[in-house]
Ligand binder design. Sequence first.
Ligand code: ADP
Ligand code: TRP
Length: 321
Amino acid sequence: MRILSGLQPTGRLHLGNYFGMMQPALQLQHQGEALYFIADYHSLTSLHDAAVLRENVRNLAIDFLACGLDPEKAIFFRQSSVPEHTELAWILSCVTPMPMLENCTSFKDKVAHGFVPNHGLFAYPVLMAADILIYDSDLVPVGKDQKQHLEVTRDIASKMNATFGEGTLKVPKPMIREATAIVPGLDGQKMSKSYGNIIGLFEEEAALKKKIMRIVTDATPVEAPKPTEGSLILQMYRLVTTDEEYNALVADFQKGGAGYGDFKKRLFEKTWAFFAEAREKREAILSQKGYVEDVLHQGAAKARAYAQQTLSRVRLAVGLD
Ligand code: ADP
Ligand code: TRP
């Protein structure tokens, strides 16, 4: 089984990225052949600063490895090291109906949040389809916000097969965990860099505490039982604790007699502890000069060999060879 996913290097990772995409991806690296990449071509749709892009790529690589990506198990690489993605994207563009892209909500949503509507941003689902289809991927672990892009990918693959012959491309399956499909941010909207409501994975201790203290709550008095339905504290607590610990906090919510400040302190402690191992690993990676570059270099060579096989098949099917 081939598993594939990508993350854009547009800023530091947050809890939404971790629980929506990285945790499932990390679990899956033991269950098949996983390919995970840094989607730097994608980030060019909105990031136009060479130094920042380089810095983001490096940080993303370090952070993903620190969280447990095992380069012995998964192929980890930078998208632009495999330029075949863009050639396949062009071929796919030529069978992609305009309305399919016009219907994509992420483009409209990004433009509504101030992104410049350039052609790359509009065509981005086609590049994403190429990323997936070029590896004959079976499974694509992503957060819920990427679901529509996976439907587009499946539609484009089917269109290619109908046009150029069955078997030209493999139609992949999405994998979205309903439990953590959308991680809420400090304000209750989806946690996202664009909304300024994120909790980073590698925040300093004091900064993390300060952020958690900012989580929006209601005005229930200290002595009264607190509503559990819709509580952001509980939703986040569930992600970083066992069922038993979670149930204990639910019981304390229902009992009353403690304020939201106390609950937030407990959430802070569990969140800090949850990432302790990753923080240590991060330090170890930073002390090994050249390690990250080597991992990405070796990953790119393996990925490129796979990508070239698929592209040869497609070039033949469409008549370019
Ligand atoms: P952002 O919204 O902060 O720009 P990205 O769009 O770069 O995040 O998302 C990268 C990956 O993380 C995607 O697979 C996406 O589905 C997942 N993801 C991002 N935010 C969340 C969230 N709040 N809940 C669940 N998954 C998320
Ligand atoms: N579009 C994804 C995001 O914004 C990143 C991405 C690019 C991706 N190509 C992909 C994810 C292929 C999964 C598979 O998060």
